[in-house]
Write a protein that binds this ligand. Structure first.
Ligand SMILES: *Cc1c(COP(=O)(O)O)cnc(C)c1O
Length: 351
């Protein structure tokens, strides 16, 4: 499909660096495509960045028929940009789409649209260390009807935004609050989809955790309030003396691209890794017994960030302050992304 391009006539002022927050600045263009049940995806286009006009009855606005992705681009030593694992994100968008009764989007449309947009707005890539260009693809069911049903009209768009590092190496680790009141995924949930409602409902618990002096929530499963699932908006790894464990993709865990990359890098180092359920009480007991070396979080925004404590049922379980494995995975991943370590797995897609 040919992508039509309309260039912006007036370009926006680019931020100089220090004033960049997450999503506070957007670039000059958007990539968009329309879906209708009778035509499939049509009309792929790059347009000047502008508001999206929706009918007030559009399904996404009422029922959360809305999914998204998040991925980053990195400046390479030769000056070109490379996108980190874009096809994995394109496939995950379709995984979310299936869970939310939205249409599949051809992965080449995702990739070609992203490339066309990045080529237009490359100059927005920040130069400050750790800052990158972040892409936010979004799919909305926009059919104007209040019937709860599979949307017959959808909109897909991608925006680009320069972003600061969410976590900086050397920064204090995250303090997590596990609380039986707070859960992400229940027995029937769409916790494995990157969908709007999963985020909206996190705001209040995270606010409560911050009010109590923590950084974010360590989510427990919604059925037994017993197993750890994720922390905030990141996946979680526990490094025991004899093995490394992360919760399995049981339908309640968001299949993070950073989680998957981390599993690959841990296995490459010959470390024993398991995807297994971890009960919160057993984890707390293991920390107390000194059997846990590190706990760390993974995500596109965060990369790899250590956890400094887990609070549960009124007790703080403090983790060792040295987190060499989290630091090593952070260095390897950011090294591959920056093009200074070999890209053995073909994770970089050069623009
Ligand atoms: C996006 C996301 C993650 C991290 O996924 P990455 O692909 O590594 O960025 C983890 N948990 C939740 C709930 C998410 O939405």
């Amino acid at each position: 499909m040919t992508i039509s391009v309309t260039r912006a006539t007036a370009l926006k002022a680019k931020p100089d660096g220090s004033d960049i927050g997450f999503g506070t600045h957007t670039t000059d263009h958007l990539f968009l495509a329309d879906y209708r049940a009778d035509t499939g995806w049509i009309n792929p286009r790059v347009e000047p960045y502008q508001g999206v006009r929706l009918d007030p009855t559009a399904l996404a606005l009422h029922y959360g028929c809305s999914i998204f992705e998040g991925l980053k681009m990195f400046r390479q030593p030769d000056g070109r940009l490379a996108i980190f694992r874009p096809l994995t994100n394109a496939e995950r968008l379709n995984h979310s789409a299936r869970l939310m009764a939205l249409p599949d989007l051809p992965t080449d449309l995702f990739l070609d649209g992203l490339l066309a947009l990045v080529r237009m707005d490359e100059a927005w890539t920040p130069t400050h260390a750790g800052y990158t260009l972040y892409a936010r693809p979004v799919m909305l069911g926009i059919e104007p009807t209040l019937g709860v049903q599979r949307p017959k009209q959808c909109l897909f768009y991608i925006l680009l935004t320069p972003t600061p590092p969410y976590y900086r190496k050397g920064q204090r680790g995250f303090r997590l609050l596990a609380d039986r009141r707070f859960a992400r995924g229940g027995p029937y949930s769409v916790a494995a989809a990157k969908t709007a409602g999963n985020y909206g409902k996190m705001v209040l618990p995270i606010e409560e955790a911050r009010r109590l002096g923590f950084d974010t929530v360590l989510w427990l499963d919604g059925r037994q309030q017993r197993f750890i699932e994720e922390a905030g908006i990141t996946n979680i790894f526990v490094v025991y003396r004899d093995c490394i464990v992360t919760p399995p993709l049981n339908g309640r865990i968001l299949p993070g691209v950073t989680r998957d990359s981390t599993l690959t890098l841990l296995r490459e180092r010959g470390l024993p890794v398991q995807e297994a359920e971890t009960p919160i009480d057993a984890l707390c007991a293991a920390i107390k017994a000194g059997d846990v070396r590190e706990v760390f979080l993974t995500g596109t925004a965060t990369v790899v960030a250590p956890v400094s404590s887990i609070s549960f049922e009124g007790r703080d379980h403090v983790l060792p302050s040295q987190t060499p494995l989290a630091a090593a995975i952070y260095d390897t991943l950011t090294g591959i992304q920056a093009g200074v370590l070999p890209d053995k797995y073909g994770w970089l897609h050069h623009v």
